[in-house]
Design a protein around this ligand. Structure first.
Ligand code: T3D
Length: 258
């Protein structure tokens, strides 16, 4: 069985982490395959949104700890630079929305991959654990970057130091995720959200993402300048013409993504 399931439906690429017996813990094969699938999402113009979820009862338990101890494995020195960092950068740099649909526990790098996505929703029984400190590691996969920005420094510090598991409802209340839905509605809600995003002006959504990536480390002047530059490019798209025309004609816009 491949460790990633991949399908394209209604211009949405659905990526399912597929090592359910290990709660979708990441090994080298799964990390490299995820990178490959993200590259396909970037290069295929028929894909206008990506949904990332897990098979089985978990989203992902993070690094497969058996691989870390395996002397024939990749070794600690290569795991971040070759496995996780390229995944995080692919998700953030993709000019299309990526939605994490968290179907169960998301721990360690699994949690931080979910939190670096553009929109994260979770089933009510899902949970998030910054599990690293419990095994003597520090949060990685962008956790120290995204989590304090999402929930503030105090809460991020406490969750990272204590390694407490928090439920999806609590994660929603503290602003860690966009929504928490009934478990039996999660797949459907995830698909509907992705289909909605896939029918939107994809180029503009990519520019929004680019501007938000930049805002994390920019001055106001630099951010205003980037907004100006990206807005001019957005205004030059066919989707902008269609959006304005549809508004004036009082009909739904039919965006083609360019
Ligand atoms: O260079 C580097 O390596 C740095 C990279 C770091 C990235 C990281 O992600 S570090 C953090 C790694 N992850 C963890 O430490 C989490 C370990 N897992 C857990 O704490 C718990 O399993 C969970 C809280 C995630 C879920 O608990 P629970 O009670 O729902 O499930 P369980 O019974 O513990 O696990 C179910 C099975 O999955 C079990 O296998 P078994 O006994 O049924 O054969 C368990 O061993 C396996 N499993 C869970 N997590 C991992 C795992 N196997 C390998 N690696 C795992 N991370």
């Amino acid at each position: 069985m491949p460790s990633i399931d991949f399908e394209i439906t209604d211009q949405v690429a659905i990526i399912r982490l597929n090592r359910p017996e290990k709660l979708n813990a990441f090994n080298r094969e799964m990390s490299l395959l995820l990178q490959e699938k993200m590259d396909e999402c970037a290069s295929n113009p028929d894909i206008r949104c990506v949904m990332l979820t897990g098979n089985g009862k978990g989203f992902s338990a993070g690094q497969d700890l058996a691989e870390v101890l395996d002397t024939s494995g990749p070794g600690m020195a290569r795991i971040l630079s070759e496995h996780y960092n390229p995944v995080i950068l692919r998700i953030r740099n993709l000019r299309k929305p990526v939605v994490a649909v968290v179907n169960g526990v998301a721990a360690g790098a699994g949690a931080n991959i979910a939190l670096c996505c553009d929109i994260t929703i979770a089933g009510a029984s899902a949970s998030f654990v910054q599990a690293f400190s419990k095994i003597g590691l520090i949060p990685d996969s962008g956790g120290t970057y995204f989590l304090p920005r999402l929930i503030g420094l105090q809460r991020a510090t406490a969750l990272m130091m204590l390694g407490d598991k928090i439920g999806a409802q609590q994660a929603f209340k503290m602003g860690m995720i966009y929504n928490c839905v009934d478990d039996n509605q999660l797949e459907e809600e995830g698909r509907l959200l992705c289909q909605k995003l896939a029918a939107m002006p994809t180029t503009a959504l990519g520019f929004i993402k680019q501007a938000l990536n930049h805002s994390a480390h920019a001055t106001l002047e630099a951010q205003l300048s980037l907004e100006d530059q990206l807005q001019q490019q957005a205004a030059a798209t066919a989707d902008f013409q269609e959006g304005v025309t549809a508004f004036l004609e009082k009909r739904p816009a039919l965006f083609k993504g360019d």
